[in-house]
Design a protein around this ligand. Structure first.
Ligand SMILES: NC(=O)c1ccc[n+]([C@@H]2O[C@H](COP(=O)([O-])OP(=O)(O)OC[C@H]3O[C@@H](n4cnc5c(N)ncnc54)[C@H](OP(=O)(O)O)[C@@H]3O)[C@@H](O)[C@H]2O)c1
Length: 312
């Protein structure tokens, strides 16, 4: 295969190990790659191979492998003979930056030992370096990026913005009174880049089609830019029997919220508010021509939002 040329089925399927495959991001990547069995053999990593999500992936052709990012020996088994690793690590389960970094480094070391030829990493900007405040859930990913750049393996880093899907879970609207919901994002007058995590699957598939074109690159992906006004307009348009309002939460209010991680999320929004991140919507569209705007995503995901509203 020459530089810039694409992979075809005649090159034989490549084995891609997908971390986080039972979650949103890894799930989107694994599900997309499983659609092309002539191009990819997909190994889905989980700590719970008997879970419903793992079984569903297996039904679609995935090989399910039991491994834990905290246990290097298990990673060797998962990565043995693989060509590509898609790596996403996780902060919120343990809420410990150092542990997340170690897990990311474990996977990279194991991939190198196993001769993996290309690592695609879900990375991040280093928020602490830019605004001087800890944002453990993203600074951890920035540290893993730094390591990956130094170890001498072919890599592609993707940096993702705010996910639309957050409105179905962590940032779902809160019921104020019958038919009225608040969307509590500390965005103030700023805008935030966003994407549907589902659409990242196609982006990764495009990277894998022409991998050499993306070796050594850091791709800042986005599909849309959202202000509070735009978010409210889209919600009110699609759920016109309810009213969605902006409670005008400021960073200094959010920081005082009593959940673990409130300070990290506040720093993340301070970063969104104060730093213009060069995210590349044009490039993202090239990688995924069916990329959804927030409006289109909402029209296709009303049931999920309805479920979230019922629980709020
Ligand atoms: N940009 C945004 O708006 C945004 C929003 C949400 C999340 N994120 C970030 O994106 C990443 C992926 O989040 P997600 O929502 O897709 O995750 P998720 O749905 O919470 O799923 C977590 C996944 O990680 C796996 N996992 C966790 N610990 C593991 C370990 N020690 N070893 C192996 N696998 C492990 C889980 O596998 P098993 O449980 O099956 O073992 C599961 O597949 C996270 O880093 C998260 O912080 C970003």
């Amino acid at each position: 295969m020459g530089c810039g040329s694409s992979f075809e089925a005649s090159d034989g399927p490549r084995t891609v190990v997908v971390f986080g495959s039972t979650g949103y991001l890894g799930g989107a990547v694994a599900t997309r790659l499983l659609q092309e069995p002539f191009l990819y053999k997909v190994r889905c990593v989980t700590r719970r191979s008997s879970s419903d999500k793992a079984r569903k992936l297996a039904e679609h052709g995935a090989v399910i492998v039991n491994a834990d990012l905290g246990e290097p020996k298990s990673l060797q088994k998962a990565l043995d003979g693989a060509d590509v690793m898609f790596l996403t690590t996780h902060y919120w389960e343990e809420k410990n930056k150092e542990k997340e970094v170690i897990k990311g480094l474990n996977a990279i070391d194991a991939a190198i030992q196993c001769g993996v030829k290309h690592i695609i990493l879900n990375g991040s900007e280093n928020i602490k370096k830019v605004i001087g405040k800890d944002c453990s859930n993203l600074d951890s990913k920035a540290a893993i990026e730094e390591y990956l750049r130094e170890v001498g393996v072919n890599y592609t880093i993707i940096r993702l913005p705010f996910w639309y899907e957050n409105f179905c879970n962590v940032f779902k609207p809160h019921k104020l009174k019958h038919g009225v919901y608040a969307i509590a994002l500390p965005l103030e007058d700023a805008e935030v880049d966003a994407i549907s995590v589902e659409d990242v699957g196609e982006c990764v598939s495009s990277i894998l089609r022409r991998p050499r074109q993306y070796y050594g690159k850091t791709l800042s992906l986005a599909a849309d830019r959202l202000s509070m006004d735009k978010i409210l307009t889209v919600f009110n348009k699609h759920f016109n029997n309810r009213k969605f309002v902006d409670p005008k939460i400021r960073l200094k209010d959010y920081e005082k919220f009593q959940f673990v991680g409130a300070k990290d999320i506040t720093a993340m929004f301070e970063f969104y508010q104060t730093v213009i991140i060069p995210r590349d919507i044009k490039l993202t569209k090239r990688l995924n021509p069916s990329l959804l705007t927030f409006d289109k995503w909402m029209s296709e995901n009303k049931e999920e939002i309805e479920d979230a509203l019922k629980e709020s």
